[in-house]
Design a protein around this ligand. Structure first.
Ligand code: HGY
Ligand code: MN
Ligand code: MN
Length: 418
């Protein structure tokens, strides 16, 4: 079930907007004075403002804009008199991690808009319809599950589990969806929409150093590292910081700290593994209070899913021993898991023909393209990030590479649309 959000108009923009120009439109949206960078959680004012910006830009280009049952926005360049079967879809996400960079997500959306300008300036018009998709909650920063929008679309998450996900303030996804004109009763797999997608190509800022070392502006993706998220909760005895002797403590903060170092050591000893604890929440979190509980989240990634599983199992075993040693107990809960994804070889070949200079790169970062790959032919195009840093204000793309990325995306889309 989709709702038309922005009425399409025949009038299309005559100028070809640059990616840099589009990105500067939103440079002031969702800046985070405390963390630096951008904090644009899904359905926050900042992310809603970015949605409005995108709908406006897409409508200006004569695209017909709709919102699907899961809250993703689809801007369609329809073929006059044609239907939407076998469409080519591009796009990315607008939400960010806390204190994230400006490019993770929005670059793919801005480049898609610029690519439409490039293709509209050419003739003849393409033979296949195109859509730009903007998926909600790719980062999972608000409701804890990465790629929530594309997982709902593809049925990779149970709608009931999604409805009951809670943000840090205790709001359920159903509550927030309702508050944003999305009826949570209808979220879930959308076969009609999936059936229209012939291929999906996502442009994204590279989140590592690959293109720096290769001295190239653009790459074609080969695979995405499997990754998962687990919540660990260590329960101890809350108490007074001054009246509780050291010998009498069951301090979950100490246990959690020991487990974090153990996680680091376990990943260091497993070639190609990455394990991270970036979020830790003591309860009640008082300076003069021994915590009663500490929640922290584990992000583990490895090319082989079986090794990811065995690494988490080993970490859980060590955490139980450490917790017991500190007079505490520990629970581990899986929150999301994505297998390693190898992109469609045929689609990758077509992109290589369109972009013969572009090297092939794998990535350790997850993307909606990785979720869609389970059901539709999917590919990705990466744009050089001279800092080699992401999920940080230091993430960067130089203007020239941003424009080269949009041109590369336009070439890739033109190849697929004709
Ligand atoms: O976590 C990731 O890899 C992605 O940025 N969501
Ligand atoms: Mn990200
Ligand atoms: Mn991203």
């Amino acid at each position: 079930m989709t709702r038309t959000t922005g009425a399409s108009s025949n009038k299309t923009s005559t100028t070809t907007a640059t990616v840099t120009g589009l990105m500067s439109d939103i440079a002031g949206t969702g800046t985070d004075p405390l963390r630096g960078g951008y904090t644009r959680p899904v359905y926050s004012t900042a992310e809603l403002d970015l949605r409005t910006w995108f709908i406006d830009q897409a409508t200006k280009r004569g695209l017909s804009v709709e919102t699907d049952r899961n809250g993703a926005i689809w801007a369609w360049w329809d073929i006059p008199g044609g239907n939407r079967s076998n469409s080519i879809v591009t796009g990315s996400h607008l939400d960010s991690v806390p204190g994230g960079g400006p490019f993770d997500g929005p670059l793919g959306v801005a480049a898609a808009l610029a690519a439409v300008d490039i293709l509209k300036a050419r003739s003849p018009i393409p033979k296949r319809p195109l859509a730009i998709a903007v998926f909600p909650e790719e980062e999972g920063s608000r409701f804890g599950v990465a790629c929530l929008g594309s997982r709902l679309l593809t049925g990779a998450i149970d709608p009931n589990k999604a409805r009951n996900l809670r943000d840090p303030d205790g709001n359920t996804f159903a509550d927030i969806a309702m508050a944003n004109a999305l009826d949570p009763r209808y979220i879930g797999r959308d076969d009609q929409l999936l059936g229209q997608i012939g291929a999906f190509v996502e442009l994204h800022v590279e989140q590592g150093r690959g293109l720096i070392d290769l001295d190239q502006p653009v790459a074609i993706a080969s695979s995405i590292l499997g990754h998962g998220r687990w919540r660990l909760s260590i329960h101890g005895q809350g108490n007074h910081a001054g009246t509780t002797l050291m010998a009498d403590r069951n301090d979950p903060m100490v246990a959690a700290s020991r487990v974090v170092v153990t996680i680091r050591d376990a990943a260091r000893n497993q070639p190609h593994a990455r394990a991270t604890v970036g979020r830790l929440q003591p309860v009640p979190s008082g300076t003069n209070v021994i915590a009663s509980r500490v929640d922290f989240w584990l992000d583990v990634r490895h090319p082989e899913d079986a090794i990811t599983a065995s690494l988490v199992e080993a970490i859980h075993h060590e955490a139980r021993l450490i917790a017991a040693d500190e007079g505490c107990t520990v629970e581990l809960t899986e929150e999301s898991l994505s297998p390693t994804v190898h992109f469609d070889p045929g689609l990758q070949k077509q992109l290589q023909l369109a972009l013969p200079e572009a090297p092939i790169l794998d990535t350790g970062a997850g993307h909606d393209a990785g979720v869609l790959a389970a059901l539709v032919p999917t590919a990705m195009v990466f744009v050089r990030n001279p800092s080699g840093i992401s999920h940080s204000p230091e993430e960067h793309v130089v203007d020239e590479d941003a424009e080269l990325g949009a041109q590369a995306l336009a070439e890739a889309l033109a190849t697929l649309m004709n």
